[in-house]
Design a protein around this ligand. Structure first.
Ligand code: BES
Ligand code: MN
Ligand code: ZN
Length: 482
């Protein structure tokens, strides 16, 4: 998409469509207020009739507004002016974009005069994201991405960053939205190679043989029943700063049938999304490289398909992970932690300063926090707090879960060093994190369980259903700050 930034006069624009904001309150405010006199009081009349959208997630299209040169104007609700931050900016822009994309609109202008740089970057990212749908493989699209966008601002840098961020969001969503017959460990690795070449990163690809030589017994057990061979990828963004890297680690289960602990059909349908952690890591690495972030960052993703066959790993099996720890299998559907156990171990060969892992790890986390909030579980308060602030700064939602030692007792095993499941269902997100902690040595580490926010059954006003691109923004913010 062609994205430009230039000041100009919104009421005399050559853009086909003009998007403006309108805040809640008694007086006309936001972009609509600034256009109202040119438009001969059109918007104040609408407001008097209560016909002006002001709430976040609400937008309306008005054709041939008198006095304005654009063919149509979209008024998108911006909520309370005092609360207008990155999350509001995301909804404001995404809602307008998605509404417009229902029809074909080539050229869209965005009236964003008073936006801060941060809000502007998030609005640009959300606008590009919002006009792209999950209908990758549908001949007749539900959403039609615009050809070009023009932002009424001098802040070209914020717009440039938003565009780069959006490309990352679209990459993460595409990888997750592609079904498991098209997106599997090898095809993910091919895609990662394209990203690495395009952004000048190093990429190491471990095939089955290498995984065996490295002793990745936990990851290989999950992969054993699949006709699709596993992969482990190591991406390296060198950066310019002389310091130990930040490590981003992702769960890449390209399809999770549950294995012999088979999922019911309802629970299996969306399990192409179980590689969202890996997709988030690859997308964040792309953005980090394109923004020239100083800090060295490595991305490690473990890619497998969890299937059933005569080669499948079984309940009661004892696996030896790369770290040397033995794991008793109580449920083959608790496979993500096995993949991550080895991926976490691999990333520590690079002596990272900090580790963040991302995974659609447990349904229990969705029970605890709902579908829109990711769970944070950490061995380090400072890192956890810093991640929370980064999520806030980009309008994403995360929340900490406790890591008390007694949760660790639930994964004790009588026959191996640990087992891959807690004692019952309760606290399942935390027992999973306690399992992961067993594979982290001294390094500050935070686990992000994104089973809720990674994938959405229903469309939102600002974004189509399916993959969301959640947490790409937070990771990029963290890499840039930290
Ligand atoms: N991939 C699932 C978790 C999941 C659930 C992701 C819903 C996205 C939406 C994971 O591998 C899994 O099956 N976890 C089990 C763990 C249990 C067997 C201990 C779960 O949550 O039920
Ligand atoms: Mn599973
Ligand atoms: Zn899974």
């Amino acid at each position: 998409m062609d994205v430009t930034a230039a000041l100009g006069s919104p009421n005399e624009t050559s853009d086909q469509v003009l998007v403006v904001s309108s805040f809640a309150g008694e007086a006309l405010s936001g972009g609509v207020q600034q256009l109202d006199s040119a438009a001969d009081g059109y918007f104040s009349k609408l407001q008097a009739d209560g016909a002006l959208p002001v709430k976040l997630g609400k937008a309306s299209l008005f054709h041939r507004v008198p006095g304005l040169s654009a063919d149509c104007v979209v008024v998108s609700g911006a909520g309370d002016a005092s609360e207008f931050g990155p999350w509001a900016a995301t909804q404001w822009a995404g809602t307008a974009a998605k509404l417009l994309a229902a029809d074909e609109h080539r050229q869209v202008g965005w009236h964003v005069e008073d936006f801060t740089s941060t809000n502007l970057t998030q609005a640009v990212a959300a606008a590009i994201n919002g006009c792209h749908g999950q209908d990758l493989l549908r001949a007749k699209k539900n959403l039609h991405p615009f050809q070009s966008m023009h932002w009424f601002t001098e802040d070209t840098e914020a717009v440039r960053r938003g565009h780069i961020l959006a490309d990352g969001l679209l990459l993460a969503r595409e990888l997750v939205n592609l079904p498991a017959n098209l997106m599997y460990p090898e095809s993910f690795a091919r895609r990662a190679a394209e990203v690495a070449v395009a952004t000048g990163q190093e990429l190491e690809v471990w095939d089955e043989l290498r995984l065996r030589r490295e002793g990745c017994g936990a990851l290989l057990a999950v992969a054993a029943a699949s006709a699709r061979p596993p992969r482990l990828l190591i991406l390296r963004h060198r950066g310019s700063a002389q310091r130990a890297p930040l490590a981003l680690v992702g769960k890449g289960v390209t399809f999770d049938s549950g294995g012999l602990s088979l999922k019911p059909s309802d629970g299996m349908l969306d399990m192409k999304c179980d590689m969202a952690g890996a997709a988030t890591v690859l997308a964040a690495m792309q953005v980090i490289a394109r923004l020239d972030i100083e800090r060295p960052v490595i991305g490690v993703v473990g890619l497998v398909e969890n299937m059933i066959s005569g080669h499948a790993f079984k309940l009661g099996d004892v696996l030896t992970a790369r770290s040397g720890k033995t794991i008793e299998i109580h449920n083959t559907d608790a496979e993500g932690r096995l993949v991550l156990a080895d991926a976490l171990d691999v990333c520590q060969d690079e002596q990272p300063e900090q580790i963040i892992d991302l995974a659609t790890l447990t349904g229990a986390c969705v029970v605890a926090l709902g579908t829109d909030v990711a769970g944070l579980m950490s061995n380090n308060q400072i890192l956890e707090d810093q991640l929370r602030r980064c999520a806030d700064a980009v309008g994403e939602q995360v929340w900490p879960l406790p890591m008390h030692a007694h949760f660790g007792e639930q994964i004790q095993s009588q026959v191996a060093d640990i087992k891959n499941m807690g004692a019952g269902r309760w606290g399942g997100a935390i027992t999973a994190a306690k399992f992961l902690e067993e594979f982290v040595r001294e390094t500050p580490w935070t686990h992000i369980d994104m089973a809720g926010p990674a994938f959405s059954d229903k469309a939102k006003p600002h974004l189509d259903a399916g993959a969301t691109g959640a947490l790409v923004r937070t990771l990029v913010e963290f890499a840039g700050q930290g």
